[in-house]
Design a protein around this ligand. Structure first.
Ligand SMILES: [Zn+2]
Length: 120
């Protein structure tokens, strides 16, 4: 449990900044996932993604050519699994919807329109 003062303090994170940081090629993918989710989270804590979208958002440059390559599906799955294990995202998260943990999201904030995401 964080100290009482830390529990009262808030810090905002602009969605555009979260997206930029989440797409940093040097960032481990399991750390990128909560940032990418913060960039689009809805008030219910869910951040839906289109099929294959996380593969694109987690792309990394080829070490030889520098060409940006989508993440392999197994890399996305591994990142999701590791982020869950570390408590960075909720166990219900999948490649189609990252669910933020309470420590990173306060319900009631974010967009008023909550799209369907498969968890409904
Ligand atoms: Zn969802």
């Amino acid at each position: 449990m964080p100290p009482p003062e830390a529990q009262r303090r808030w810090a905002g994170l602009p969605a555009a900044g979260a997206l930029t940081l989440g797409q940093s090629p040097d960032l481990p993918r399991f750390l990128a996932l909560p940032l990418l989710a913060l960039a689009r989270v809805h008030r219910n804590g869910h951040a839906p993604f289109a099929p294959g979208e996380l593969r694109e958002l987690l792309a990394r440059p080829d070490t030889t050519t520098g060409e940006l390559l989508d993440a392999h599906p197994s890399s996305v799955s591994r990142a999701i699994r590791e982020a869950k294990t570390r408590g960075l995202i909720a166990p219900a998260s999948s490649a189609r919807c990252i669910v933020l943990v309470d420590a990173l999201h306060t319900y009631g904030t974010g967009s008023n329109s909550v799209p369907r995401c498969g968890h409904d």
